[in-house]
Design a protein around this ligand. Structure first.
Ligand code: C5P
Length: 238
């Protein structure tokens, strides 16, 4: 069967300083969630979507599924306490027939359909693949409050993004073991790496940044505005 897409959208987005949960904060006239849904709607290799949501947001999410033109089967579920819990909850709902699962943060509205397709294709072949970009800036280690104590060589350092795709059985094992062992990681690839499995990178994009702060949201709004001449479908960005 085609891949299952997990869109994690249950975060509150406290650091954004907006009253709406982050995935529902307006961006260029559409809630942020719609961009990710519109992107996966264009990925031939995806056959179902599972979306984690803050409580009470199911009706709003259903409206976004329609607005994004997402025609595949969709499961909605409340998220967990942390992102990792949300992914695990969604993963347990993924079709047992899906060989590959692709996980994506709703907080990254500019992931392209091509990046989903690439991660899924490599995961189907190699087991696991994540979108990532090589680090461009010089990296400093700073001790509190503001003293540089080291320059970290950036050779070989990459920034991990989502989408992140995995063979479903591999990601399930990684999450179940992390739960049993009390391990918390900041991305799914880390949990899979802890099993000793190989994880490849596929090209991400600087535009595929995660919206965390009000400044990030302002940058994202400027990007959307600069694309105003393009076709109206959110997510039709490459
Ligand atoms: O908080 P952060 O921006 O790192 O969250 C990354 C993604 O995980 C967001 O899309 C957010 O909605 C989602 N999330 C979730 N459940 C949580 C926390 C975050 O689905 N408990």
């Amino acid at each position: 069967m085609k891949a299952s897409a997990i869109i994690v959208a249950a975060g509150s987005g406290v650091r954004l300083g907006h009253p709406a949960p982050k995935a529902f904060v307006p961006l260029g006239g559409a809630p942020m969630l719609r961009y990710s849904l519109a992107a996966i709607a264009q990925v031939e290799a995806i056959g179902e979507a599972i979306i984690t949501l803050p409580s009470g947001m199911e009706p709003a999410a259903r409206a976004e599924i329609r607005a994004a033109g997402l025609a595949m089967p969709v499961k909605l579920t409340p998220g967990g306490a942390e992102r990792q819990d949300s992914v695990r909850i969604a993963l347990e709902l993924a079709s047992a027939h899906a060989e590959v699962v692709v996980v994506h943060d709703a907080a990254r509205p500019f992931a392209t359909p091509a990046s989903f397709a690439a991660a899924i294709a490599v995961a189907a072949r190699a087991g696991a693949a994540i979108a990532a970009i090589p680090l461009a800036d010089t990296l400093k280690r700073v001790s509190e409050p503001n003293l540089i104590v080291a320059t970290v060589p950036r050779t070989g350092l990459w920034l991990a993004q989502t989408p992140q795709a995995f063979r479903r059985d591999l990601l399930l094992e990684a999450h179940r073991r992390a739960l049993a062992d009390g391990i918390a990681a900041t991305d799914d690839a880390d949990l899979v790496q802890r099993l000793g499995a190989a994880v490849e990178v596929v090209p991400g994009s600087p535009l595929n940044f995660k919206i965390t702060t009000a400044d990030d949201l302002a940058i994202a709004a400027a990007i959307v505005a600069s694309r105003a001449h393009r076709p109206a479908t959110p997510g039709a960005n490459g």
